[in-house]
Design a protein around this ligand. Sequence first.
Ligand SMILES: *Cc1c(COP(=O)(O)O)cnc(C)c1O
Length: 227
Amino acid sequence: MTPEPAIARNLHAIQARIHAACEAAHRPRTAVSLVAVSKFHPPESIEAALEAGQRIFGENRVQEAQAKFPTLRDRWPDLHLHIIGSLQTNKALDACRIADTIESLDRPSLSDAIARAGEKLGRLPKLYVQINTGNEPQKSGIPTAEADAFLTQTRARFGNSLVGLMCIPPEDQDPAPHFRYLATLAGNHGLDRLSMGMSADFETAISCGATSVRVGSAIFGTRPPHP
Ligand SMILES: *Cc1c(COP(=O)(O)O)cnc(C)c1O
């Protein structure tokens, strides 16, 4: 685990790299927001990031987010929580309750569950559709062959709550073609937001048009084992 002063230092270093990547891509510094991925890290680490000015956080699991974030929100009401991990349909209602944004809308049954949750709550979080750009069998996300049809349906169903696309490229490949594919697909569907790039490849993602990058270990250090 990383001691807390290191978290503030890491955050500033990542922000500086984001700004440099924006400049290199001739994009405004404000074009890219940073989602600090705090999965498996304790609330004290998240507090250190909040004290350093970070406001957007990503968590993979709803239960873990429920355990950590309500207390933090009391102190920092302007924090934003993104659910970025694979979601079971029976967790959709809880996810819609706790999250400002769900980035991992990855299949029709989850779309149904989120629609039901939205009716019940009278509001929806912002949504990203996760695309399986490498069509990897073990990875979640809409396969590329089904992307156009799914995005058309999702837009019709959720309207402006659907804001963008998310992907996690295959580990063993150059991520740039995957990022460029995602950018083209978003453009074809009139979607403005692209969540792509992690600790290892966020600068490449920014050069390909990312509007938010999801960075975990480069901020919080190596993840402790699953809680
Ligand atoms: C864990 C995770 C990240 C952050 O990964 P790092 O390599 O630690 O930056 C980003 N996106 C998703 C979907 C993740 O699960």
